[in-house]
Design a protein around this ligand. Structure first.
Ligand SMILES: Nc1nc2c(ncn2[C@@H]2O[C@H](COP(=O)(O)OP(=O)(O)OP(=O)(O)O)[C@@H](O)[C@H]2O)c(=O)[nH]1
Ligand SMILES: [Mg+2]
Length: 197
């Protein structure tokens, strides 16, 4: 009887777990964003001055509301982007981070995102674009970034997508980003069910 009750209790307590892939060019601020998410939700994070370019992957499992979000942060250097498709099939959502101060690579950003969303393994899953580094004086206006990326969004079909301004460094917009993606992951759960852990 005790074991049955314990089993039922464990079942009721299982949480929905969604995997989110954090992509973007090198230096966009992906790892800083992830560390700040950890700071926001689990109070256990690395200080930004200890973050170095990612060569492998960083994984963090973060409780957000009644769900668990498992983030996969991979290196954005060109030579490492060939590894990204390995992660596509398991992803419930994509967060694509853009360096708002890097005008010179905005086009490269677009081409990269376009090739990501064209892959059939990520078909239908929500895509959140983060215009990061909004604290910098030399940033591009969010409206200008939106105009560029909305052109890509037109090819995303019925799936959810959005451009949100953030500053990973000052933690502005971090919570809004997590909340936006969670709502869309739940909305898409009939098409891409979460794991129950
Ligand atoms: N001013 C400013 N700098 C930022 C912000 N976010 C990240 N940075 C800086 O940008 C640089 C790169 O940040 P990372 O988080 O390592 O970038 P990444 O996208 O993980 O880079 P890779 O691992 O090489 O793909 C670091 O010097 C960060 O401190 C931000 O919101 N504002
Ligand atoms: Mg990194």
């Amino acid at each position: 009887m005790f074991h049955l009750a314990k089993g039922l209790y464990a079942n009721w307590n299982r949480k929905e777990q969604y995997s989110i892939l954090i992509l973007g060019l090198d230096n966009a601020g992906k790892t800083t964003f992830l560390e700040m998410l950890k700071k926001e939700y689990s109070k256990n994070s690395k200080s930004p001055d200890r973050i170095t370019p990612t060569v492998g992957q960083n994984v963090a499992t973060i409780p957000v509301e009644s769900s668990v979000l498992k983030f996969w942060d991979v290196g954005g250097q060109e030579s490492l982007r060939t590894l990204w498709p390995e992660y596509y099939r398991q992803a419930h959502g994509i967060i694509f981070v853009i360096d708002s101060a890097d005008r010179a690579r905005l086009e490269e950003c677009c081409t990269t995102l376009r090739s990501v969303v064209a892959n059939e393994d990520v078909e239908g899953i929500p895509v959140l674009m983060l215009a990061n580094k909004q604290d910098r004086d030399d940033r591009m206006e969010v409206q200008d970034i939106k105009e560029v990326f909305n052109k890509i969004a037109e090819h995303l079909g019925a799936r959810d997508s959005r451009v949100l301004p953030i500053s990973a460094l000052t933690q502005d917009g971090i919570k809004e980003a997590a909340e936006w993606i969670l709502v869309r992951l739940r909305r898409n759960k009939v098409n891409k069910p979460p794991l129950y852990k």
